[in-house]
Design a protein around this ligand. Structure first.
Ligand code: SF4
Length: 357
């Protein structure tokens, strides 16, 4: 089965009739989604400049968010009927859900049991890391864009660096390993990627640099302002020797590099670093992600302009088979790729905090 490789311009017409009789979440380019991202809320306690306005956004009322029962049912269908093997909880900020530990525990109780991961800004993690670990959390990514208070506060618009750092330490102490660190570099706040990497290597955390995507609610993203993967590699290569990881990527967003002392690729690596180059080196050709929003709609792609209202069907009596078919249909129509470089590109109506990473 050939993969469309996300080549812009290749836009076959949607023809469900040609969908192979597969229970999996296959799309018309032959990609199979096995990695489910579930946004648990669009609320957040930070106001990162590359994500949302200083005043926040009109949050979804709690009553309109997916309930723990609905989440357990939909994830249950995904792992039993649709071949999903890993689940990542995102937001907004998922730690703002008081029932997060229950949601993780119910996901861990599913058969087959998926891998369970969390993407968080770490604020409040200090108090909940042990409970999340005991509930079954396997992996965690904590967002940390700067190591000094002034830069952190300029990016996050909240003076909460110490809380995030305490959350990272608590996750490691609770045995959630490896702790991965997500860092978005922005061009208007000077942050030294070498310093961030040194900090992560010294603690055994795996750092990922993420290119900023045009998913900010302010619509202020400009390609010219982008700190690219190439920029990051150049800066890191002034201090380290980076050797590409030869392990198959398996659809993972990050390109991994082994980090060696400068000029010493022959020595044991100091650790690894990941670079997620969504804009300049897209990886859509082997995308294995499917998404549920906090309101229970399916998004085939981060940049999709349409969604399938699964929760509405669930709340109006659809059975599991009908929900599974709706989900399959949503994924069959997945776009070839984000199309950021295509003339006429328009970001989706939803911004990042309303989709989740
Ligand atoms: S932009 Fe869409 S297709 Fe590309 S990697 Fe992200 S979710 Fe997958």
């Amino acid at each position: 089965m050939s993969i469309g490789l996300g080549m812009p311009g290749i836009r076959p017409t949607i023809d469900l009739a040609t969908r192979p009789a597969s229970p999996a979440l296959i799309d018309r380019f032959g990609r199979v989604a096995t990695d489910l991202r579930v946004s648990l809320t669009d609320r957040c306690n930070l106001r990162c400049t590359y994500c949302m306005p200083a005043d926040g956004l009109p949050w979804t009322p709690t009553a309109d968010l997916l309930s723990p029962d609905e989440i357990a049912r939909l994830i249950g269908i995904a792992v039993r009927e649709l071949g999903v093997t890993s689940v990542r909880f995102t937001g907004g900020e998922p730690l703002l859900r008081a029932d997060l530990v229950e949601i993780v525990a119910r996901t861990a109780a599913l058969d087959p049991r998926p891998e369970i991961a969390l993407t968080t800004n770490g604020i409040g993690l200090e108090q909940r890391a042990v409970a999340l670990r005991q509930a079954g959390l396997n992996r965690i990514n904590v967002s940390l864009d700067a190591l000094d208070d002034e830069a952190f506060t300029r990016i996050a618009r909240r003076p909460l660096l110490r809380r995030t750092l305490a959350g990272i330490d608590a996750a490691a102490a609770a045995g959630i390993a490896p702790v991965k660190i997500n860092a978005v570099l922005v061009s208007d706040v000077e942050v030294d990627p070498v310093e961030l990497l040194q900090w992560a290597l010294a603690r055994g955390h795996e750092l990922r640099f993420i290119e900023q995507m045009p998913l900010d609610a302010d619509r202020s993203w400009r390609r010219a302002d982008l700190v690219t993967a190439g920029d990051v590699r150049r800066r890191l290569s002034e201090r380290y020797t980076l050797v590409p990881d030869s392990a198959p990527r398996e659809g993972a967003p990050a390109q991994r590099w082994h980090v060696h002392p400068l000029g010493r690729a022959d020595t044991a690596p100091l650790g690894a670093v990941g670079i997620i180059a969504s804009v300049t080196e897209p990886f859509c050709g082997d995308c294995r992600r499917t998404r549920l929003t906090a309101q229970g709609t399916v998004r085939a792609c981060l940049f999709s302009h349409d969604e399938v209202p699964l929760a509405t069907a669930l709340r109006t009596g659809a059975d599991d088979d009908q929900l599974a078919d709706l989900w399959r249909a949503a994924m069959w129509a997945k776009p070839a790729g984000h199309g950021i470089d295509r003339p006429g590109f328009a970001p989706p109506q939803r911004s990042m905090s309303e989709i989740g990473g």
